[in-house]
Design a protein around this ligand. Structure first.
Ligand SMILES: C[S@@+](CC[C@H](N)C(=O)[O-])C[C@H]1O[C@@H](n2cnc3c(N)ncnc32)[C@H](O)[C@@H]1O
Length: 258
C-alpha cells in the first residue's frame, strides 16, 4: 500500500531529527532566532498538511536564507521526481546551503543580486525588476516565509506577479506576513521588534517599528494584501491569522495561501 502523506511526513521528520542536515554555526545565522531543525520540521508539517505539498513537486523557495525550509524539504522531496530551487541575495547564506545540501543533487541554490537595504544593500538589481530564475508554469509549490515581512509594498507586488508567472495553474503559494486589521497594527511593547508604531508616509497600509531600520520588520493591512494577491495573481488567498496578533493560525506570523 502507498504510504499516506502523513506517514511520509512522519518519516521525513524522523530523518531530519536524526541529523540528515547539519545546522549552520551561530555566526552564519542572519535570519532570526529559533532552533534550525525544529523550525525545519515545523514548516515541513505546514507545507504538507496545510499546503498539500507532494514528494514529486517542484518547489521554489523565495528568500531561502540559510536553508531552514530546505532542510525539511530535503528529507521529504523525492530525489528522482522532486526538485527544489532556492534563491536569496545574501551570498554567505547561499554558500552555506551549497555546502550543507551537497548530498542532494535535486536541490539548487542561487544568489540573486537583489537590493534590500536591510539584508543586501550592495544589490545591483531592484526587487521590482527581478525575474525569478524559473520558467513560466514550472513550479508546484512556491514558498516565501518571513520574506514579505522585509519588503516594501511595490516589491511584494512584483514578487507576487513573478510567483504567479512561475506557478502552475494548480500550484500553491505558501507565504507568511505580519498582517493587521483596522487602521493600525496592535501595539506590542513586550515584543519591541514587532511594536509597529510608524505608518509609511506614502503607504498607510504598511507599518514599521520606530527607531529600527524600516525593513527590519514590516506589517501590512490584511485587506490591502488580499486585494494585492487577487490583483497580481488572480487567486483568492486564504489567511490563517498568526499568534503574534492573537490569531488561531498554526504559526507566529500570519500564513497566507494562494
Ligand atoms: C527572516 S529571513 C527568512 C529566511 C527564510 N525564508 C526562512 O524562513 O528561514 C528573510 C530572508 O529574506 C531575504 N531577502 C531579503 N530581500 C529579498 C529579496 N528581495 N528577494 C529574496 N530574498 C530576500 C533575506 O536575505 C533573508 O534571507
Amino acid at each position: 500500500m502507498m504510504p499516506t502523506r502523513t506517514e511520509l511526513l512522519k518519516r521525513a521528520r524522523a530523518v531530519l531529527k536524526g541529523g540528515a542536515v547539519k545546522p549552520p554555526s551561530a555566526e552564519d545565522v542572519f535570519v532570526g532566532d529559533g532552533d534550525f531543525i525544529s523550525i525545519a520540521a515545523e514548516f515541513l508539517g505546514y507545507f504538507v498538511e496545510i499546503g498539500g505539498l507532494e514528494r514529486h513537486h517542484t518547489v521554489l523557495d523565495i528568500g531561502c536564507g540559510i536553508g531552514r525550509m530546505a532542510a525539511g524539504l530535503a528529507c521529504y522531496l523525492d530525489p528522482l521526481t522532486g526538485r527544489y530551487h532556492g534563491f536569496d541575495p545574501v551570498p554567505k547564506g547561499i554558500a552555506w546551503c551549497n555546502q550543507a545540501f551537497a548530498a542532494y543533487p535535486h536541490f539548487r541554490f542561487e544568489q540573486a543580486d537583489v537590493f534590500n537595504e536591510h539584508y543586501w544593500p550592495q544589490g545591483r538589481v531592484l526587487a521590482t525588476d527581478y525575474h525569478f530564475p524559473l520558467p513560466d508554469w514550472s513550479v508546484d509549490f512556491a514558498i516565501a516565509t518571513s520574506v514579505f515581512t522585509h519588503l516594501y509594498y511595490e516589491e511584494v507586488e512584483a514578487y507576487l506577479k513573478e510567483a504567479a508567472r512561475v506557478l502552475k495553474p494548480e500550484g500553491v503559494l505558501f507565504s507568511t506576513f505580519l498582517l493587521f486589521d483596522g487602521e493600525r497594527p496592535p501595539r506590542r511593547p513586550n515584543l519591541p521588534h514587532l511594536d509597529f508604531s510608524e505608518p509609511h508616509p506614502q503607504r498607510p497600509v504598511m507599518w514599521h517599528v520606530k527607531d529600527k531600520p524600516p525593513l527590519s520588520a514590516v506589517a501590512y493591512k490584511t485587506s490591502a494584501v488580499i486585494d494585492l494577491i487577487k490583483r497580481t495573481t488572480g487567486r483568492t488567498p486564504k489567511v490563517l491569522p498568526g499568534r503574534w496578533r492573537g490569531g488561531a493560525g498554526p504559526f507566529f506570523q500570519d500564513v497566507v495561501l494562494a
